[in-house]
Design a protein around this ligand. Structure first.
Ligand code: PXP
Length: 238
């Protein structure tokens, strides 16, 4: 399993004062030095953390894999086609949300997704869809042309007791196996941290996890390099 680090919240801290630091571009280099195999950033319509300048510079400095998270809007598809990240992860976006709240509703936006994916693929950008771990969504993901699916692990991470957490884990495991059998590459993310990642690692179909908040939060106390190394140590045990 690989670790991709989401650096949005380095930019959140910068934007808290509207200053020039901390710089997510420098964070990306430190994450890579510490063992991250991908850098993720979410360019939101309201530019509340990552901005256009960050994405441009990240494209220049990231040496592993740049994953641009974005909504499937014309504006964002145009930016991606200019910047050419290695991967685009399409996510639902709601202006008022604090963070991405759920997976894509593919059936409600089939045409838009198909068009966006076609355009991105014409530039040889891989496309991942952020979806809930529900079996019926897999056919739709294939139909619109996804290469990769990222399962939303928020429900797992936010489970209020062990039983519901185990249920979520079992569901993610089952749907991951189904997705891999269908030829989709499976990744996962949202709400994963140094503790709840452990049982999750027993799902071999999950090739990569995307983790942001927990790593950036730990970095405040330990430094970013150590925070990334701590996570790669856990992940590499499996
Ligand atoms: N994957 C996706 C698609 C996301 O939107 C986010 C949150 O920005 C993450 C992973 C990372 O979530 P967290 O910050 O909770 O680790």
């Amino acid at each position: 399993m690989k670790l991709a680090v989401n650096i949005d919240h380095v930019a959140t801290l910068r934007e808290a004062r509207g200053e020039i630091e901390p710089d997510p571009v420098i964070a990306a280099g430190i994450c890579e030095l510490a063992g991250a195999e991908g850098i993720v950033c979410h360019l939101r319509e309201d530019r509340r953390h990552i901005n256009d300048r960050d994405v441009r510079l990240l494209r220049e400095v990231v040496k592993t894999k740049l994953d641009l998270e974005m909504a499937a809007t014309d504006e964002m598809v145009k930016i991606a086609c200019e910047i050419l990240p290695d991967l685009v992860t399409l996510v639902p976006e709601n202006r008022k949300e604090l963070t991405t709240e759920g997976g894509l509703n593919i059936s409600a936006m089939k045409l838009r997704l198909t068009d966006a994916i076609d355009e991105l693929k014409s530039k040889e950008i891989l496309v991942s869809l952020f979806i809930d771990p529900e079996p019926e969504i897999l056919d739709l993901a294939l139909e619109v042309g996804a290469d990769i699916i990222e399962f939303h692990t928020g429900k797992y991470a936010n489970s209020i007791d062990e039983k519901s957490q185990l249920n979520e884990l079992t569901k993610i495991g089952t749907v991951s196996r189904m997705a891999a059998e269908m030829g989709l590459i499976v990744t996962a993310g949202h709400g994963l941290n140094y503790f709840n990642i452990q049982p999750f690692l027993n799902i071999p179909e999950i090739r990569e996890v995307s983790i942001g908040h927990a790593i950036i939060s730990r970095a405040v106390f330990t430094g970013l390099q150590r925070a990334v190394e701590d996570m790669t140590k856990i992940i590499s045990k499996f």
